[in-house]
Structures are given as structure tokens and as C-alpha cells.
Design a protein around this ligand. Structure first.
Ligand SMILES: [Cu+2]
Length: 123
């Protein structure tokens, strides 16, 4: 009898666990950066008014012959330093947001300085 009760409790715990896991997956949102315009100049204001969360996916769509995406840090973002960071070049890149600040720049000469840079804060 006691054993059945323990087993029932474990089942409830498993159920709660599954619901939580499911909610976590379901709550991730996919965004196309820049909407129809894609990842390009003037992108800096695109994140304004949006609520991003860690695990959300950003899809960067751009002409790969002209642009790219570098995931950088605050210093790289401010100085448009393209020497470090992870580089994406497919023209259709999916990048998952991490908790805190996320920084993206384009390494084509002059592009970051010309405004092809974006900072996103993820909760
Ligand atoms: Cu560019």
C-alpha cells in the first residue's frame, strides 16, 4: 500500500518534470533578424520593444557575398573589432541567444562602423 503511494508520488513528479521541460522548449521563440529586410544596415533599432529570452533563436538572413555575422563581446561590439568571435557565413544562420548581453556585428570593412551591429539583452 505504502509502495503504491510512493510510486504514485513519483509519477506525479515525473509528470511535473515533463510539463516543465515541455514549457521550456515551447517558450523559445524564433525571430528573423530585421524582419523582411534581414540582417543589414540600420539593424540597431530592431530589438527595441522586444522581450528576448535565453534559448530564443535568431535567424540571420543576408546576402552571403556581402555580409556575415560575428558573435562578439562588448568590446568587440563597441570597437567593431572583427578579429575575434564566432563567424557565421551561410546567409541563413540560426544563432541561439544566451542569457545576458548578446552582441552581433558584420565584419565586411566599414559595415559595423556603418551601423551593421546589434546588441540584444536576453532574460
Ligand atoms: Cu555587412
Amino acid at each position: 500500500m505504502a509502495q503504491a503511494r510512493v510510486s504514485a508520488r513519483i509519477n506525479v513528479m515525473l509528470l511535473v518534470f515533463c510539463v516543465l521541460i515541455h514549457y521550456k522548449i515551447a517558450s523559445a521563440t524564433t525571430y528573423t533578424v530585421g524582419d523582411a529586410a534581414g540582417w543589414t544596415f540600420g539593424i540597431q533599432s530592431w530589438p527595441t520593444g522586444k522581450q528576448f529570452h535565453a534559448g530564443d533563436i535568431l535567424v540571420f538572413k543576408y546576402n552571403k557575398n556581402v555580409h556575415n555575422v560575428i558573435v562578439t563581446d562588448e568590446n568587440g561590439f563597441k570597437a567593431c573589432n572583427t578579429a575575434t568571435g564566432q563567424k557565421f557565413i551561410s546567409g541563413n544562420d540560426q544563432i541561439k541567444l544566451k542569457k545576458g548581453q548578446n552582441y552581433f556585428i558584420c565584419s565586411t570593412p566599414g559595415h559595423c562602423a556603418g551601423g551593421m551591429k546589434m546588441a540584444i539583452s536576453a532574460a
